[in-house]
Design a protein around this ligand. Structure first.
Ligand code: GDP
Ligand code: MN
Length: 436
């Protein structure tokens, strides 16, 4: 949890105009991720933040591969379909065998039955009928990608991520393609070869050769592999990505290299520079709390504790989480309502917190500056009026209009606290009272 919040903190401090490459220049606390046990650790930290915080925009396979293609990476011909009939037409148009692939934002679709080979348009229609509407790891499939089937001889992994410990974007390759890189990292970490890329020089030929040799790529493919690795790096940097991976990059029977799967995660903080990419967001793919948080401009990360925290300011939010821990509690979330929050934003934040059934007490910690404590107090009451509240609240308001704020709350019989320590202690006690 501290890692996730630290990650978030760094990102927020650097908002809004710093690209990942600049960010890589020694900013951020060094973290050992590339020692024996590997870059995927960072990867895992990132995916927690990705899954919960909306700090990144994850693109679908078909979107990611189109970006790859724009940078010169060979991909199979393909068509997106939303109905079995469309899949059939697509297969007819593509000709020959196709592969019908669910477009959901999780890995391991193959194992989950979300990817099927089809020899004829009839088969493709049938495969699409089976896959569309299917639930994969809790996500409903609404679209499939119909790709010309590749004649796969070898599967390779090739990816680009930001490695904070090295302060560089790192290219990673593995001969163990087609399976989760986290799994390779856990089981056979020596099978992952990495090279750090200098931000001004870009990926050099000799570095691509280090990757190629490291994964025992047959020599005749080195030139094309090098071109693809460079294109991947360029795609990563140009789109302000936090992750770009091809898994698998395949060698076909005819000796071509082809990106059969693709995944790009974009850095939310840089999306203002990429309006075309920002439009790729698929609202169907986000859970309801992420959408709600985004709509109201809240930074919200769900965690697994029982004390819901609503705070203004990222630093104060983290201090609040720390102090909750100090008094023996565990925060249910990170939530920064930002500066100058009005009543409707406060109400939205409380709805998010209370929608989490694990929350046993709510701690509100507001430092009034531009944010006015009376506004916040009114927002709290608005929210309580419209929600089914059955957990205790502890509120600490300090700063602009704090008297008025406290007045409003005490009229509504809500517990207020004099200091942050007092508030945290009361919230922890209240949460324990609930469980007991
Ligand atoms: P993921 O399971 O979500 O990572 O989806 P992928 O697109 O990586 O596909 C999973 C696996 O399906 C790949 O590793 C391949 O083994 C297989 N696969 C995907 N596309 C094709 C294809 O065009 N032809 C063949 N023969 N296999 C494929
Ligand atoms: Mn894959």
């Amino acid at each position: 949890m501290p890692r996730v919040t630290h990650f978030l903190f760094i990102l927020r401090q650097l908002r809004p105009s710093v690209s990942p490459v600049w960010r890589a220049q020694g900013l951020g606390k060094p973290r050992q991720v590339n020692g024996g046990d590997c870059p995927a650790k960072w990867h895992a930290v990132q995916s927690v933040a990705t899954a919960k915080g909306g700090l990144t925009l994850n693109l679908h396979e078909y979107q990611s591969k189109r970006i790859f293609a724009n940078f010169g990476i060979p991909i199979p011909d393909g068509v997106v379909a939303a109905t079995p009939a469309e899949a059939r037409d697509a297969a007819t148009r593509l000709g020959g065998a196709v592969v019908v692939k669910s477009q959901v934002l999780v890995g391991g679709r193959g194992k989950a039955g979300g990817i099927k080979l089809a020899k004829t348009p009839d088969d493709a229609e049938e495969a699409a009928a089976a896959i569309l509407g299917m639930s994969i790891k809790g996500l409903t499939v609404k679209k499939v990608l119909v790709d010309q089937a590749a004649d796969i001889k070898t599967e390779i992994y090739l990816g680009a991520v930001l490695d904070r410990a090295r302060g560089r974007v790192v290219l990673m390759a593995s001969s163990e393609g087609g399976i989760d890189i986290e799994q390779v990292a856990a089981e056979t970490p020596d099978k992952i070869i990495t090279v750090p890329v200098h931000p001004f020089l870009g990926l050099r030929d000799h570095q691509a050769r280090i990757l190629a040799e490291g994964i025992d790529l047959p020599k005749e493919h080195t030139r094309r592999f090098t071109a693809i690795a460079k294109s991947l790096y360029n795609a990563y940097v140009s789109s302000d990505a936090s992750l770009a991976e091809i898994n698998p990059l395949v060698i076909t029977g005819s000796g071509d290299l082809l990106a059969v799967d693709g995944k790009i995660s974009l850095d939310d903080s840089a999306l203002f520079r990429h309006p075309d990419l920002a439009e790729l967001r698929d609202p169907d793919a986000e859970d309801a709390s992420e959408q709600e948080a985004r709509r109201f401009g809240l930074s919200y990360i769900q965690l697994d504790g029982e004390i819901g925290c609503m705070v203004n300011g990222a630093g104060l939010a983290m201090a609040t989480m720390d102090i909750v821990k100090l008094y023996g509690g565990s925060p249910a979330n990170f939530l920064d309502i930002g500066g100058g929050a009005q009543a409707d934003k406060v109400a939205a934040a409380l709805r998010l917190i209370l929608a989490d059934t694990r929350v046993k007490a709510v701690l509100i910690n507001i430092f009034g500056g531009i944010t006015r404590c009376d506004e916040v107090a009114r927002g709290i009451l608005d929210a309580i009026a419209t929600l089914d509240v059955n957990v205790p609240f502890v509120v600490r308001l300090v700063g602009t209009n704090e008297e008025e704020g406290r007045q409003i709350l005490s009229e509504a019989n809500l517990a207020t606290a004099s200091s942050l320590a007092d508030a945290a202690r009361k919230a922890v006690a209240a949460a324990e009272g609930e469980t007991a």
